[in-house]
Design a protein around this ligand. Sequence first.
Ligand SMILES: O=P(O)(O)OC[C@H]1O[C@H](O[C@H]2O[C@H](CO)[C@@H](O)[C@H](O)[C@H]2O)[C@H](O)[C@@H](O)[C@@H]1O
Length: 269
Amino acid sequence: MTDPSDSLSLAEQGSGPTDLPPPSPLRIASQTALFLDFDGTLVEIADHPDEVIVPETLPGVIAALAEALEGRLALVSGRSIAALETLLGPLDVAIAGSHGGEFRPAGTHTVAPLAASLPDRVVTHLSEFARANGNMLVEPKPYSVAVHYRHHPEALEGLLARAEALAHEEDLKLKHGKQVVELVMPGSDKGSALTAFMERPEFAGTQPLFLGDDVTDEDAFRVLEELGGHGVLVGPMRATAAHRRLPDVAAVHDWLAAALRTHDQSEGI
Ligand SMILES: O=P(O)(O)OC[C@H]1O[C@H](O[C@H]2O[C@H](CO)[C@@H](O)[C@H](O)[C@H]2O)[C@H](O)[C@@H](O)[C@@H]1O
């Protein structure tokens, strides 16, 4: 069975989806708000979630951009906020974690839930299934749970069936990301997280940009149309609601660094 990102592009085969232009250079301006996904966008995908290599300069780049944008920057990730801070260190920037379940504006350590807690039985059932099928990695998060099948692709069909049954019983949302099946509490996703940020005074009246690579980022890309912003797909072209594309993580880093250089020059730094 293929990765959902691959199957989206396969579904588009024939003429294939028309490629998207790259985004304009990022301008540090009062109308700019920047939302960044983490895995596959700021760091390369790794075999295990704990094995991602975080470039030494990344936390500094995020902090510098947030400062230059006067707080109009947020990380919007499927990971929990705690997992992101383990990898990046403590950061005083706005973060939405667990696919929008956790919401934390800049300047506070208080995490506001945007979803109800996941019932324990969901993690228990998926953990039993994962143990019985090659001991797949289970990643419980505050408002979602992820099962990573990268090393056990043969278990995907059964995993999807089990996850669909649990989603139906507990009224959960199923997300099929890169080599991962996740069950998420309803009422929150990356789109609702973006909307919640845009309702805050520091983001009001800005034009949001969101960079993301996975199919789970499409909720945010869709919401951006209503918010007057642009989605930037990171990675190979596929069917997407984004309007711009950068080819890979390295191109994201170059695009961000160029914005900081231009800003520093204009400030005489
Ligand atoms: O929204 P994101 O910040 O992109 O997070 C999405 C998921 O990222 C992590 O899983 C993905 O990255 C892993 C490390 O590269 C990789 O091993 C896995 O196959 C990917 O799906 C994270 O573990 C999940 O909790 C996030 O939902």
